[in-house]
Write a protein that binds this ligand. Sequence first.
Ligand SMILES: Nc1ncnc2c1ncn2[C@@H]1O[C@H](COP(=O)(O)OP(=O)(O)O)[C@@H](O)[C@H]1O
Ligand SMILES: [Mg+2]
Length: 275
Amino acid sequence: MTTATPEAAPLLAVAGLRKTYGLPGGGRLTAAHGITFTVPPGGSLGIVGESGSGKTTVARMLVGLVRPDAGSVSVSGQPRALRTPRGRDARLARAREIQMVFQDPYVSLDPRLTARQCLTTALRLHGREKTVADELLDQVGLGTREAEARPHGLSGGQRQRLAIARALAVDPKVLVLDEAVAALDVSIQAQILQLLSEIRRDTGVALVFVSHDLAVVHHITDEVLVMRRGTVVEQGPTAEVLAGPQDPYTRLLLASVPRAGWNPADAVNARAAMA
Ligand SMILES: Nc1ncnc2c1ncn2[C@@H]1O[C@H](COP(=O)(O)OP(=O)(O)O)[C@@H](O)[C@H]1O
Ligand SMILES: [Mg+2]
């Protein structure tokens, strides 16, 4: 990697990702295809679309929870192996490339461990100093009481903060968040979004932010990719796409966001007209 110029080299490069699922009655469903994008170091990309458009499938292919039928994912110019590597060191190195935060933080949290234990366990596994746990707790705004609490003793927002800290304990290059604030109250959502912006600024981690919520994506991403039925219908700088959407589907998504004077019937009718 001696020739790469830092500003030209994407941190995350995704090319031609495709995934089809077998249907129970035979036949196949194409959940995602032709998915291509890059994210620069410290960048933030949003993936938006209605429920069922293929967002989670793409997110899971990035981290390696779903194996793509075709395409590639590279981090810092290194292609990621499609299978989980065998050796412990190789597995840990792979985990340090991309970490994921789920809508339901219980997925990544061990119910038996306190917040601090959760972090020290991850830090030890990755050969990092245990003392970093306090920095992480501080970074995500969890206090001394929360540090000694187990997941069920935390609020939804606090649990999501812990899940973010758990992902950061690995010191990843990319953080993929799949509907990570969708289950939270709007005021807590705002806090977590603010937190993610700060983390991105302070650590340089790149974010891939998956959400059905355009308002949320507007605040946290530089670039956006709009998915419909497994394909990308529009992509570009978030501010441009949201201010002047070119694709009718993007316009429809925007028209469906509740606002002053908004009539849900208009959005429903526009959706029906698209089929
Ligand atoms: N494991 C699976 N097996 C079969 N079909 C799936 C599976 N996961 C997702 N799908 C289907 O793939 C499509 C895309 O799903 P998903 O990626 O979860 O979309 P989104 O996250 O945008 O809601 C949907 O039609 C969904 O039903
Ligand atoms: Mg999803």
